[in-house]
Design a protein around this ligand. Structure first.
Ligand SMILES: [Zn+2]
Length: 113
């Protein structure tokens, strides 16, 4: 149980590959999100941007939330690039930044996936 990274629903969570595995997405922790079954099923093998377009087209209530998630993820990835080139390990990365992505998962939880 937890908040879905995409829609924030408290539900049983599944692992979504943000870039689908069939499109070269990896198990790297930057490419997995814990999401509810409905979002995972709906997104299917779409990448995040394509799914947002589908949600917007369908006037799905999740569209603005997922869009916000995608923006935060971009910021997160850019910050990670900065961290990679700094002396700090990802484990020193404040978990509050992961929480702001809509997930309360700690980096170690994702590594185990
Ligand atoms: Zn969801």
């Amino acid at each position: 149980m937890g908040p879905c990274a995409y829609c924030g629903a408290f539900d049983k969570l599944t692992v979504d590959h943000i870039v689908p595995r069939c499109k070269g997405g990896t198990y790297n922790k930057t490419n997995v999100a814990l999401v509810c079954a409905q979002c995972n099923n709906d997104k299917a093998d779409l990448d995040l941007d394509s799914w947002i377009q589908v949600l917007l087209g369908a006037k799905d209530a999740r569209a603005p939330i997922v869009l916000e998630y995608a923006k935060k993820r971009q910021v997160f990835l850019q910050m990670r690039v900065t961290i990679k080139t700094s002396p700090f390990d990802v484990h020193t990365f404040p978990t509050s930044h992961l929480i702001c992505l809509g997930s309360t998962v700690k980096p170690d939880d994702l590594i185990r996936v």
